[in-house]
Design a protein around this ligand. Structure first.
Ligand code: FE
Ligand code: CA
Length: 480
């Protein structure tokens, strides 16, 4: 049975990353790195003045990893905040703050976290990240589309350097350009982040080892994207990806209050069913009746190993709230009921048998207060998830909060109204606003605030579009 040691959980929360090559200005983004290793020292302290340094490491930032350093910090106490900084040559970094996870049996009476996803650099300013900075979070969950491999959309406020990312150098430039944004950097420096990816960290709609256009050179491209993702985000050194992949799924506990299961529904999935003839792979919207393979019970979203890991992890969990942090929407959406049920094949709707197995695990393991969080769809969706999600009479098994995008283009008012009209299974749908969802967990109640913000005005501040609560013991969302 896999039960994460406290040390592993602490390392997960505390893995620090510094990209020594982060450019100050976009024009400097061309990777003009020194070809040699650079000695870097890392300090972790209890106080902002660094009077009580509790850990110090000397490491080397090497060109093979874009001069990033990944330091797994040992010997820290659980459930408290620390600060850290990096020194290289004459330079000292700004100070970052992070906190350790609470010991698994500790009584914790409050945890604040937020979910966000889909931060296309061109589509808007990171006003949502400025809002998140003011939320007093313990933990940030970023659920995919941290970068986009290409340009699309209307009314850009800024531009990506270069065309579609294909090579390691291209993906590094993408990540480095994102990190030129001061609001994104500030949020990384303010709270620990847990990230999982979706498709655009690599390529639109990729599925396992298959690209949208069945590109025979996809696996080297995928490996390049994985490496750049590892380099630029806070993963422990042990998670360095190899040619066979990147172990993304993980679990983290905050005392007896909360367990997070971070899932990867991209890397191990079967291809989407019934792809359009022009692409060969990728997603589409199909009439269910015209796509018999949609119902194939053998098709998987998580892969057999990860499914078994989820089952073991949830069986062993003793926490009160169980947050499944994954990429996309679980509750079904009908995209054209007037013409018979229509399904978008990239989300869980494209993998109904895999969804039944995941929800069956929640029931079989009597998982305590399952809360599913996701992103991907550039709209906020709030719902009760039924054991048979397509049957409104079946029992509630979990609640779901899918966050909108940080910036990536969403739907029009008219499209949004049609989705609401056609899908009464949702308590809330909003694809018009960009933003995030901020959560507060306590022993008896989860509170979720759906926050919206203008991304075309760089000074805009978020406001609350709707507030929901979930009571301990009842998987039902209540508005207000
Ligand atoms: Fe996206
Ligand atoms: Ca996506």
């Amino acid at each position: 049975m896999h039960h994460p040691s406290r040390r592993a959980a602490l390392a997960r929360a505390l893995a620090l990353v510094a990209a020594a090559a982060v450019p100050r200005r976009a024009r400097a983004v061309e990777p003009r790195m020194v070809p040699e290793p650079v000695p870097v020292s890392v300090e972790v302290a209890e106080d902002e003045a660094f009077a009580t340094v509790v850990a110090r490491y000397d490491v080397r930032a090497v060109p093979a990893f874009a001069h990033s350093v990944h330091v797994d910090v040992d010997g820290l106490r659980p459930g408290r905040w620390y600060v850290y900084r990096f020194h290289a040559g004459q330079a000292t970094s700004p100070v970052g703050r992070t906190r350790t996870a609470d010991a698994p049996d500790a009584a914790v009476d409050r945890l604040r976290f937020a979910i966000a996803s889909c931060q296309h650099f061109e589509h808007g300013w990171y006003t949502a990240h400025r809002g998140l900075l003011a939320e007093d979070l313990d933990l940030m969950l970023f659920l995919g589309d941290y970068i986009y491999e290409g340009s699309w959309g209307d009314d850009p406020v800024r531009s990506y350097l270069g065309g579609e990312a294909l090579t390691l150098a291209d993906y590094r430039v993408r990540h480095a350009q994102h990190k030129t944004d001061p609001a994104l950097r500030a949020l990384h420096a303010a709270v620990p982040w847990i990230t999982t990816w979706d498709d655009h960290e690599v390529e639109n709609d990729w599925a396992g080892d298959r690209s949208e256009y069945l590109d025979p050179g996809f696996l080297p491209r995928r490996a390049a994207a994985f490496q750049a993702y590892f380099e630029h985000l806070p993963f422990p050194r042990s998670r360095l990806p190899g040619i066979d992949g990147f172990r993304m799924h993980d679990t983290l506990t905050f005392g007896s209050l909360a367990r997070f299961c971070v899932l990867d529904d991209r890397q191990h999935r079967d291809p989407q069913p019934c792809p359009g003839p022009s692409k060969g792979g990728g997603s589409t919207v199909v009439a269910d009746a015209a796509c018999p393979s949609l119902g194939d019970p053998a098709r998987t979203m998580l892969g057999a190993d990860q499914e078994a890991w989820v089952d073991r992890t949830l069986a062993a969990s003793t926490q009160r709230w169980t947050i499944l942090a994954q990429q996309t929407l679980v509750t079904p959406v009908d995209w054209n009921p007037e013409a018979g049920k229509h399904t978008w094949t990239d989300g869980w709707d494209g993998y109904p048998a895999a969804r039944r197995r995941l929800l069956g695990t929640l029931k079989k393991r009597k998982v305590s207060n399952p809360v599913i969080v996701g992103g991907d769809v550039h709209a906020s969706y709030v719902s009760d998830v039924r054991l048979d999600p397509a049957d409104p009479r079946s029992a509630g098994i979990a609640t779901e909060f899918c966050g909108t995008s940080i910036t990536s283009q969403g739907s029009t008012v008219e499209e949004n109204e049609a989705t609401i009209r056609d899908n009464p299974q949702f308590a809330f749908i909003d694809g018009v606003h960009r933003g995030y969802v901020a959560f507060e967990l306590g022993p008896t109640t989860l509170t979720a605030r759906v926050r919206g913000v203008d991304t075309k005005d760089p000074l805009a501040v978020p406001n609350t579009l709707a507030t929901f609560t979930v009571a301990d013991g009842a998987p039902v969302v209540r508005r207000g």
